[in-house]
Design a protein around this ligand. Sequence first.
Ligand SMILES: [Zn+2]
Length: 482
Amino acid sequence: MISPVSAQDLFIKQAQIIQPDQAQVSQPQDVVIREGKIVAIGKNLQAMRRKSDRQIDARGQFLIPGLIDTHVHLDGVPGYVGKRPEDAGMLQEARLQMPRSYAYFGFTTVLDLTGDPSFIAQWNAQPAGPQAYFCAPVTIPNGYPASWMDKDLQFQVEGTKYMLFDPAQPTVYPANFKPEAHTPQAVVAAAKRDGASCIKVFYETGFGAKKNLPVPSQELIQAVVAHAKKLQLPVYLHGNSQAAYEFALKTGVTTLVHGMWHETKQVDADLNQQRLQAMAQELAAAGISIQPTIQVLYGEQEAMNPDFFKNPQVTHAIPQQLAGWYQSDAGQWMNKLLAEELVGATISPAERYQAFKKMYAKPLNTVRQMTQQLQKNGAKLLFGSDTPSGPFYTQFPGVNGRWEMDRWLETGISLPQLLRAMTIENARALGREKLLGSVEKGKQADLLLLQQNPLNSVTAYDSITQVILRGKAHDRASLSAH
Ligand SMILES: [Zn+2]
Protein backbone atom coordinates (compact mmCIF):
# COMPACT_ATOMS: atom_id res chain seq x y z
CA MET A 1 0.00 0.00 0.00
CA ILE A 2 2.75 2.45 0.90
CA SER A 3 4.61 3.85 -2.04
CA PRO A 4 7.64 5.84 -0.93
CA VAL A 5 7.80 7.56 -4.32
CA SER A 6 11.23 9.18 -4.57
CA ALA A 7 11.74 9.34 -0.83
CA GLN A 8 14.48 11.68 0.20
CA ASP A 9 16.70 11.88 3.25
CA LEU A 10 16.02 15.05 5.19
CA PHE A 11 17.50 16.87 8.12
CA ILE A 12 15.03 19.32 9.66
CA LYS A 13 16.90 21.73 11.83
CA GLN A 14 15.48 23.24 15.01
CA ALA A 15 11.72 22.95 14.52
CA GLN A 16 9.21 23.59 17.29
CA ILE A 17 7.19 20.39 17.28
CA ILE A 18 3.50 20.16 18.12
CA GLN A 19 2.09 16.76 19.10
CA PRO A 20 -1.68 16.86 18.54
CA ASP A 21 -2.51 14.86 21.67
CA GLN A 22 -0.53 17.23 23.88
CA ALA A 23 -1.34 20.58 22.27
CA GLN A 24 1.94 22.11 23.37
CA VAL A 25 4.92 23.48 21.51
CA SER A 26 8.27 21.79 22.13
CA GLN A 27 11.65 23.45 22.43
CA PRO A 28 13.43 23.53 19.04
CA GLN A 29 14.41 20.00 17.94
CA ASP A 30 16.13 18.35 15.00
CA VAL A 31 14.29 15.69 13.02
CA VAL A 32 16.08 13.09 10.88
CA ILE A 33 14.17 11.46 8.03
CA ARG A 34 15.43 8.43 6.11
CA GLU A 35 13.63 6.57 3.35
CA GLY A 36 10.31 8.16 4.12
CA LYS A 37 10.37 7.56 7.86
CA ILE A 38 11.21 9.61 10.93
CA VAL A 39 14.27 7.93 12.44
CA ALA A 40 15.32 10.39 15.13
CA ILE A 41 14.05 13.45 16.98
CA GLY A 42 16.23 15.29 19.47
CA LYS A 43 17.80 18.45 20.77
CA ASN A 44 20.98 18.45 18.72
CA LEU A 45 21.36 15.72 16.15
CA GLN A 46 23.85 17.52 13.92
CA ALA A 47 26.17 14.51 14.24
CA MET A 48 23.60 12.32 12.46
CA ARG A 49 23.40 14.66 9.49
CA ARG A 50 24.80 13.20 6.29
CA LYS A 51 26.25 15.18 3.45
CA SER A 52 23.60 13.91 1.07
CA ASP A 53 20.71 14.95 3.34
CA ARG A 54 18.62 17.84 2.27
CA GLN A 55 18.70 20.26 5.19
CA ILE A 56 15.64 22.35 6.00
CA ASP A 57 16.29 25.23 8.35
CA ALA A 58 13.13 25.31 10.47
CA ARG A 59 14.22 27.85 13.04
CA GLY A 60 11.20 29.82 14.21
CA GLN A 61 8.82 27.40 12.47
CA PHE A 62 6.31 24.84 13.73
CA LEU A 63 6.36 21.18 12.71
CA ILE A 64 3.09 19.25 12.76
CA PRO A 65 1.93 15.96 11.28
CA GLY A 66 0.35 16.13 7.83
CA LEU A 67 -3.42 16.53 7.77
CA ILE A 68 -5.81 13.64 7.15
CA ASP A 69 -9.21 14.09 5.52
CA THR A 70 -11.40 11.01 5.97
CA HIS A 71 -14.12 12.02 3.52
CA VAL A 72 -13.19 12.71 -0.09
CA HIS A 73 -14.13 11.44 -3.55
CA LEU A 74 -11.09 11.37 -5.80
CA ASP A 75 -12.58 10.30 -9.11
CA GLY A 76 -13.49 12.95 -11.71
CA VAL A 77 -13.00 16.70 -11.98
CA PRO A 78 -15.53 18.55 -9.77
CA GLY A 79 -18.40 20.07 -11.73
CA TYR A 80 -17.38 18.58 -15.08
CA VAL A 81 -19.67 16.14 -16.87
CA GLY A 82 -19.45 14.87 -20.40
CA LYS A 83 -16.45 14.23 -22.63
CA ARG A 84 -15.87 17.05 -25.07
CA PRO A 85 -12.65 16.45 -27.02
CA GLU A 86 -11.73 20.14 -26.86
CA ASP A 87 -11.68 19.92 -23.04
CA ALA A 88 -9.17 17.03 -22.92
CA GLY A 89 -6.12 19.24 -22.26
CA MET A 90 -7.88 21.23 -19.57
CA LEU A 91 -9.05 18.06 -17.81
CA GLN A 92 -5.61 16.50 -18.01
CA GLU A 93 -4.12 19.61 -16.39
CA ALA A 94 -6.83 19.49 -13.69
CA ARG A 95 -6.20 15.83 -12.90
CA LEU A 96 -2.49 16.51 -12.50
CA GLN A 97 -3.18 19.47 -10.24
CA MET A 98 -5.82 17.94 -7.95
CA PRO A 99 -3.44 15.81 -5.82
CA ARG A 100 -1.11 18.83 -5.60
CA SER A 101 -3.99 21.02 -4.43
CA TYR A 102 -4.71 18.64 -1.56
CA ALA A 103 -1.03 18.77 -0.63
CA TYR A 104 -0.84 22.56 -1.02
CA PHE A 105 -3.45 22.90 1.74
CA GLY A 106 -1.59 20.43 3.96
CA PHE A 107 -3.48 17.19 3.31
CA THR A 108 -1.06 14.27 3.16
CA THR A 109 -3.59 11.42 3.62
CA VAL A 110 -7.15 11.08 2.33
CA LEU A 111 -9.89 8.47 2.57
CA ASP A 112 -11.98 8.02 -0.58
CA LEU A 113 -15.37 6.89 0.71
CA THR A 114 -16.46 5.49 -2.64
CA GLY A 115 -13.20 4.21 -4.02
CA ASP A 116 -12.17 1.21 -6.01
CA PRO A 117 -8.84 -0.56 -5.70
CA SER A 118 -7.40 0.03 -9.17
CA PHE A 119 -8.20 3.73 -9.19
CA ILE A 120 -6.67 4.15 -5.73
CA ALA A 121 -3.51 2.33 -6.83
CA GLN A 122 -3.20 4.74 -9.77
CA TRP A 123 -3.76 7.71 -7.50
CA ASN A 124 -1.05 6.56 -5.11
CA ALA A 125 1.47 6.26 -7.96
CA GLN A 126 1.35 10.03 -8.56
CA PRO A 127 4.49 11.94 -7.62
CA ALA A 128 3.09 14.64 -5.31
CA GLY A 129 -0.17 14.21 -3.48
CA PRO A 130 -1.80 12.69 -0.46
CA GLN A 131 -1.72 8.95 0.05
CA ALA A 132 -5.21 7.56 -0.45
CA TYR A 133 -7.12 4.78 1.26
CA PHE A 134 -10.63 3.74 0.30
CA CYS A 135 -13.98 2.48 1.55
CA ALA A 136 -15.96 -0.05 -0.49
CA PRO A 137 -19.44 1.30 -1.29
CA VAL A 138 -22.03 -1.32 -0.30
CA THR A 139 -25.25 -0.36 -2.09
CA ILE A 140 -28.73 -1.64 -2.92
CA PRO A 141 -30.31 -1.35 -6.39
CA ASN A 142 -32.28 1.80 -7.22
CA GLY A 143 -31.14 3.35 -3.95
CA TYR A 144 -28.64 6.14 -3.39
CA PRO A 145 -26.19 6.43 -5.10
CA ALA A 146 -26.89 3.61 -7.60
CA SER A 147 -30.06 5.40 -8.71
CA TRP A 148 -27.94 8.18 -10.20
CA MET A 149 -27.07 5.71 -12.92
CA ASP A 150 -29.10 4.16 -15.66
CA LYS A 151 -31.31 1.30 -14.39
CA ASP A 152 -29.26 -1.38 -16.17
CA LEU A 153 -25.90 0.31 -15.87
CA GLN A 154 -26.13 0.14 -12.06
CA PHE A 155 -25.54 -3.62 -12.34
CA GLN A 156 -22.56 -3.30 -14.68
CA VAL A 157 -20.23 -0.74 -13.16
CA GLU A 158 -17.17 -1.71 -11.16
CA GLY A 159 -18.75 -0.64 -7.86
CA THR A 160 -21.57 -3.17 -8.28
CA LYS A 161 -19.35 -5.89 -7.00
CA TYR A 162 -20.20 -4.68 -3.51
CA MET A 163 -23.94 -4.34 -4.22
CA LEU A 164 -26.15 -6.26 -1.80
CA PHE A 165 -28.89 -8.67 -2.67
CA ASP A 166 -31.82 -6.79 -1.14
CA PRO A 167 -34.60 -9.22 -0.07
CA ALA A 168 -37.06 -6.31 -0.34
CA GLN A 169 -36.44 -6.06 -4.11
CA PRO A 170 -35.89 -9.65 -5.21
CA THR A 171 -37.09 -9.20 -8.80
CA VAL A 172 -35.01 -6.22 -9.95
CA TYR A 173 -31.75 -8.09 -10.55
CA PRO A 174 -30.50 -9.23 -13.96
CA ALA A 175 -30.30 -12.99 -14.63
CA ASN A 176 -26.52 -13.14 -14.20
CA PHE A 177 -26.60 -11.59 -10.71
CA LYS A 178 -25.69 -14.26 -8.16
CA PRO A 179 -27.40 -13.52 -4.83
CA GLU A 180 -24.96 -15.78 -2.96
CA ALA A 181 -22.08 -13.52 -4.03
CA HIS A 182 -23.94 -10.48 -2.69
CA THR A 183 -24.83 -11.39 0.87
CA PRO A 184 -23.57 -9.06 3.62
CA GLN A 185 -20.86 -11.60 4.44
CA ALA A 186 -19.76 -11.98 0.80
CA VAL A 187 -19.53 -8.27 -0.04
CA VAL A 188 -17.68 -7.45 3.18
CA ALA A 189 -15.22 -10.27 2.51
CA ALA A 190 -14.73 -9.04 -1.07
CA ALA A 191 -14.04 -5.52 0.17
CA LYS A 192 -11.46 -6.80 2.63
CA ARG A 193 -9.76 -8.89 -0.08
CA ASP A 194 -9.60 -5.83 -2.34
CA GLY A 195 -7.74 -3.86 0.32
CA ALA A 196 -10.58 -1.58 1.45
CA SER A 197 -10.04 0.23 4.75
CA CYS A 198 -13.74 0.46 5.48
CA ILE A 199 -17.29 -0.20 4.31
CA LYS A 200 -19.60 2.60 3.23
CA VAL A 201 -23.37 2.20 3.47
CA PHE A 202 -26.15 4.64 2.65
CA TYR A 203 -29.37 5.88 4.19
CA GLU A 204 -30.71 8.44 1.77
CA THR A 205 -34.26 8.80 0.48
CA GLY A 206 -33.11 11.27 -2.16
CA PHE A 207 -33.12 14.94 -3.09
CA GLY A 208 -33.66 17.12 -6.15
CA ALA A 209 -35.38 15.15 -8.90
CA LYS A 210 -34.76 11.80 -7.20
CA LYS A 211 -36.98 11.34 -4.19
CA ASN A 212 -38.51 8.40 -2.28
CA LEU A 213 -35.60 6.10 -3.03
CA PRO A 214 -35.50 2.70 -1.33
CA VAL A 215 -33.21 2.41 1.71
CA PRO A 216 -31.68 -0.79 3.07
CA SER A 217 -33.43 -2.49 5.96
CA GLN A 218 -32.10 -2.35 9.48
CA GLU A 219 -31.48 -6.14 9.42
CA LEU A 220 -29.46 -5.94 6.22
CA ILE A 221 -27.13 -3.23 7.56
CA GLN A 222 -26.89 -4.89 10.98
CA ALA A 223 -25.59 -7.96 9.17
CA VAL A 224 -23.08 -5.83 7.21
CA VAL A 225 -21.89 -4.24 10.46
CA ALA A 226 -21.55 -7.63 12.18
CA HIS A 227 -19.41 -9.08 9.37
CA ALA A 228 -17.37 -5.90 9.01
CA LYS A 229 -16.58 -5.92 12.73
CA LYS A 230 -15.26 -9.47 12.45
CA LEU A 231 -12.83 -8.30 9.78
CA GLN A 232 -12.01 -5.08 11.65
CA LEU A 233 -13.49 -2.86 8.99
CA PRO A 234 -15.24 0.28 10.25
CA VAL A 235 -18.63 1.03 8.68
CA TYR A 236 -19.30 4.57 7.46
CA LEU A 237 -22.94 5.56 6.95
CA HIS A 238 -24.01 8.27 4.52
CA GLY A 239 -26.88 10.15 6.12
CA ASN A 240 -27.75 13.78 6.86
CA SER A 241 -31.31 13.44 8.16
CA GLN A 242 -32.77 12.75 11.56
CA ALA A 243 -34.07 9.42 10.18
CA ALA A 244 -30.55 8.47 9.08
CA TYR A 245 -29.21 9.32 12.54
CA GLU A 246 -31.85 7.05 14.12
CA PHE A 247 -30.81 4.37 11.63
CA ALA A 248 -27.17 4.76 12.73
CA LEU A 249 -28.19 4.19 16.35
CA LYS A 250 -30.18 1.10 15.45
CA THR A 251 -27.54 -0.49 13.25
CA GLY A 252 -24.44 0.37 15.28
CA VAL A 253 -22.32 1.74 12.42
CA THR A 254 -18.94 3.25 13.28
CA THR A 255 -19.29 6.71 11.75
CA LEU A 256 -21.95 9.02 10.35
CA VAL A 257 -20.31 10.80 7.43
CA HIS A 258 -22.49 13.91 7.45
CA GLY A 259 -23.75 16.48 9.86
CA MET A 260 -27.49 16.42 10.46
CA TRP A 261 -29.30 19.13 8.57
CA HIS A 262 -32.71 17.61 7.73
CA GLU A 263 -34.90 17.49 10.81
CA THR A 264 -38.00 15.34 10.85
CA LYS A 265 -40.89 17.36 9.48
CA GLN A 266 -44.49 17.47 10.72
CA VAL A 267 -43.60 16.86 14.35
CA ASP A 268 -43.76 19.17 17.34
CA ALA A 269 -40.67 21.38 17.05
CA ASP A 270 -40.00 21.41 20.81
CA LEU A 271 -40.37 17.66 21.12
CA ASN A 272 -38.09 17.27 18.15
CA GLN A 273 -35.43 19.42 19.83
CA GLN A 274 -35.62 17.16 22.87
CA ARG A 275 -35.19 14.13 20.66
CA LEU A 276 -32.16 15.70 18.95
CA GLN A 277 -30.51 16.39 22.29
CA ALA A 278 -31.20 12.84 23.46
CA MET A 279 -29.84 11.56 20.18
CA ALA A 280 -26.58 13.43 20.67
CA GLN A 281 -26.20 11.68 24.04
CA GLU A 282 -27.08 8.30 22.57
CA LEU A 283 -24.55 8.71 19.75
CA ALA A 284 -21.86 9.62 22.29
CA ALA A 285 -22.76 6.64 24.47
CA ALA A 286 -22.77 4.30 21.47
CA GLY A 287 -19.31 5.54 20.44
CA ILE A 288 -20.56 6.50 16.98
CA SER A 289 -18.38 9.25 15.51
CA ILE A 290 -19.72 12.01 13.29
CA GLN A 291 -18.30 14.06 10.44
CA PRO A 292 -20.09 17.45 10.52
CA THR A 293 -19.28 18.23 6.80
CA ILE A 294 -20.79 21.70 7.15
CA GLN A 295 -18.90 22.85 4.08
CA VAL A 296 -21.19 20.64 1.97
CA LEU A 297 -24.07 23.09 2.46
CA TYR A 298 -21.86 26.13 2.55
CA GLY A 299 -20.20 25.15 -0.71
CA GLU A 300 -23.58 24.81 -2.43
CA GLN A 301 -24.50 28.27 -1.23
CA GLU A 302 -21.16 29.72 -2.34
CA ALA A 303 -21.65 28.34 -5.85
CA MET A 304 -23.92 31.36 -6.29
CA ASN A 305 -21.32 33.82 -4.98
CA PRO A 306 -20.46 36.07 -7.95
CA ASP A 307 -17.06 36.86 -6.37
CA PHE A 308 -16.06 33.26 -5.69
CA PHE A 309 -13.17 33.25 -8.17
CA LYS A 310 -11.73 36.47 -6.71
CA ASN A 311 -10.74 34.61 -3.52
CA PRO A 312 -6.93 34.19 -3.68
CA GLN A 313 -7.18 30.74 -2.00
CA VAL A 314 -9.15 29.58 -5.04
CA THR A 315 -6.36 30.47 -7.45
CA HIS A 316 -3.97 28.17 -5.54
CA ALA A 317 -6.36 25.22 -5.86
CA ILE A 318 -8.03 25.51 -9.28
CA PRO A 319 -5.95 25.67 -12.48
CA GLN A 320 -6.58 28.86 -14.47
CA GLN A 321 -7.97 27.21 -17.57
CA LEU A 322 -10.46 25.17 -15.57
CA ALA A 323 -11.45 28.24 -13.52
CA GLY A 324 -12.14 30.00 -16.83
CA TRP A 325 -14.31 27.11 -17.98
CA TYR A 326 -16.25 27.08 -14.68
CA GLN A 327 -17.14 30.73 -15.31
CA SER A 328 -18.23 30.08 -18.89
CA ASP A 329 -21.77 29.25 -19.98
CA ALA A 330 -20.91 25.54 -20.19
CA GLY A 331 -19.32 25.53 -16.74
CA GLN A 332 -22.27 27.25 -15.11
CA TRP A 333 -24.65 24.35 -15.95
CA MET A 334 -25.20 23.25 -12.37
CA ASN A 335 -25.70 26.78 -11.08
CA LYS A 336 -28.27 27.47 -13.77
CA LEU A 337 -30.10 24.27 -13.04
CA LEU A 338 -30.20 24.94 -9.31
CA ALA A 339 -31.10 28.58 -9.65
CA GLU A 340 -33.93 27.89 -12.08
CA GLU A 341 -35.27 25.11 -9.95
CA LEU A 342 -35.05 26.98 -6.67
CA VAL A 343 -35.24 30.73 -7.16
CA GLY A 344 -36.19 31.35 -10.79
CA ALA A 345 -33.97 32.33 -13.69
CA THR A 346 -34.86 35.99 -13.98
CA ILE A 347 -33.08 37.55 -11.03
CA SER A 348 -29.56 39.03 -11.04
CA PRO A 349 -26.51 37.06 -9.79
CA ALA A 350 -26.32 39.18 -6.63
CA GLU A 351 -30.00 38.60 -5.85
CA ARG A 352 -29.61 34.93 -6.57
CA TYR A 353 -26.73 34.68 -4.07
CA GLN A 354 -28.84 36.44 -1.42
CA ALA A 355 -31.75 34.08 -2.10
CA PHE A 356 -29.48 31.06 -1.67
CA LYS A 357 -28.04 32.43 1.57
CA LYS A 358 -31.57 32.78 2.87
CA MET A 359 -32.43 29.26 1.76
CA TYR A 360 -29.36 27.67 3.35
CA ALA A 361 -29.66 29.59 6.63
CA LYS A 362 -32.03 27.03 8.16
CA PRO A 363 -30.13 23.80 7.38
CA LEU A 364 -26.82 25.51 8.23
CA ASN A 365 -28.26 26.55 11.56
CA THR A 366 -29.54 23.00 12.18
CA VAL A 367 -26.22 21.34 11.41
CA ARG A 368 -24.30 23.85 13.54
CA GLN A 369 -26.64 23.32 16.48
CA MET A 370 -26.47 19.55 16.19
CA THR A 371 -22.66 19.70 15.97
CA GLN A 372 -22.62 21.77 19.16
CA GLN A 373 -24.94 19.28 20.86
CA LEU A 374 -22.70 16.39 19.87
CA GLN A 375 -19.68 18.30 21.07
CA LYS A 376 -21.33 19.16 24.38
CA ASN A 377 -22.25 15.53 24.98
CA GLY A 378 -18.78 14.24 24.24
CA ALA A 379 -19.51 12.54 20.93
CA LYS A 380 -16.45 12.09 18.76
CA LEU A 381 -16.26 14.42 15.78
CA LEU A 382 -14.18 13.25 12.83
CA PHE A 383 -12.70 15.64 10.29
CA GLY A 384 -14.02 14.96 6.79
CA SER A 385 -14.71 17.59 4.15
CA ASP A 386 -16.70 15.58 1.58
CA THR A 387 -14.67 16.97 -1.32
CA PRO A 388 -16.63 17.29 -3.58
CA SER A 389 -20.10 16.41 -2.35
CA GLY A 390 -21.61 16.96 -5.78
CA PRO A 391 -20.85 18.66 -9.07
CA PHE A 392 -19.71 21.86 -7.34
CA TYR A 393 -16.49 23.65 -8.23
CA THR A 394 -16.79 25.46 -4.89
CA GLN A 395 -15.76 22.18 -3.23
CA PHE A 396 -12.45 21.82 -5.04
CA PRO A 397 -9.69 19.57 -3.61
CA GLY A 398 -7.59 21.05 -0.84
CA VAL A 399 -9.25 24.41 -0.44
CA ASN A 400 -12.55 22.74 0.52
CA GLY A 401 -10.83 21.07 3.47
CA ARG A 402 -9.32 24.39 4.46
CA TRP A 403 -12.80 25.91 4.51
CA GLU A 404 -14.23 23.01 6.51
CA MET A 405 -11.70 24.05 9.21
CA ASP A 406 -13.40 27.47 9.32
CA ARG A 407 -16.82 25.81 9.56
CA TRP A 408 -15.64 23.75 12.58
CA LEU A 409 -14.35 26.84 14.38
CA GLU A 410 -17.65 28.65 13.77
CA THR A 411 -19.38 26.01 15.91
CA GLY A 412 -17.05 26.81 18.82
CA ILE A 413 -14.65 23.89 18.40
CA SER A 414 -11.17 24.78 19.66
CA LEU A 415 -7.97 24.90 17.62
CA PRO A 416 -6.30 22.07 19.59
CA GLN A 417 -9.35 19.88 18.98
CA LEU A 418 -9.35 20.73 15.28
CA LEU A 419 -5.66 19.79 14.98
CA ARG A 420 -6.24 16.51 16.83
CA ALA A 421 -9.21 15.66 14.62
CA MET A 422 -7.25 16.34 11.43
CA THR A 423 -4.26 14.26 12.55
CA ILE A 424 -4.10 11.60 15.25
CA GLU A 425 -7.84 11.01 15.54
CA ASN A 426 -8.24 10.47 11.82
CA ALA A 427 -5.17 8.21 11.90
CA ARG A 428 -6.97 6.14 14.55
CA ALA A 429 -10.15 6.15 12.47
CA LEU A 430 -8.09 4.65 9.64
CA GLY A 431 -6.51 2.14 12.02
CA ARG A 432 -3.12 3.56 11.08
CA GLU A 433 -2.13 5.46 14.21
CA LYS A 434 1.13 3.52 14.39
CA LEU A 435 2.10 5.01 11.04
CA LEU A 436 0.40 8.41 10.86
CA GLY A 437 -0.98 11.29 12.88
CA SER A 438 1.90 12.53 15.05
CA VAL A 439 5.56 13.52 14.85
CA GLU A 440 7.22 10.42 16.29
CA LYS A 441 10.17 8.20 15.64
CA GLY A 442 9.20 5.27 13.43
CA LYS A 443 6.26 7.03 11.79
CA GLN A 444 5.87 7.85 8.14
CA ALA A 445 7.32 11.28 7.38
CA ASP A 446 4.12 13.10 6.41
CA LEU A 447 4.77 16.50 7.92
CA LEU A 448 4.07 20.20 7.58
CA LEU A 449 6.22 23.18 8.46
CA LEU A 450 4.27 26.31 9.34
CA GLN A 451 5.36 29.85 10.06
CA GLN A 452 2.58 30.36 12.58
CA ASN A 453 1.33 28.30 15.49
CA PRO A 454 -1.86 26.38 14.61
CA LEU A 455 -2.84 26.29 18.30
CA ASN A 456 -3.19 30.08 18.16
CA SER A 457 -4.94 30.76 14.87
CA VAL A 458 -6.50 28.88 12.01
CA THR A 459 -4.65 31.14 9.57
CA ALA A 460 -1.51 29.22 10.62
CA TYR A 461 -2.67 26.66 8.03
CA ASP A 462 -2.23 29.39 5.42
CA SER A 463 1.39 29.83 6.52
CA ILE A 464 2.62 26.36 5.49
CA THR A 465 6.10 26.59 3.97
CA GLN A 466 6.99 22.91 3.39
CA VAL A 467 4.80 19.90 2.73
CA ILE A 468 6.64 16.65 3.40
CA LEU A 469 5.00 13.70 1.67
CA ARG A 470 6.39 10.31 2.68
CA GLY A 471 9.79 11.85 3.28
CA LYS A 472 9.92 14.10 0.24
CA ALA A 473 9.84 17.83 0.93
CA HIS A 474 7.94 20.15 -1.38
CA ASP A 475 8.08 23.94 -1.18
CA ARG A 476 4.47 24.86 -0.74
CA ALA A 477 4.52 27.32 -3.63
CA SER A 478 5.58 24.54 -6.01
CA LEU A 479 2.27 22.75 -5.35
CA SER A 480 0.07 25.75 -6.17
CA ALA A 481 -2.11 25.82 -9.28
CA HIS A 482 -1.17 29.45 -9.72
ZN1 LIG B 1 -19.33 12.00 0.28
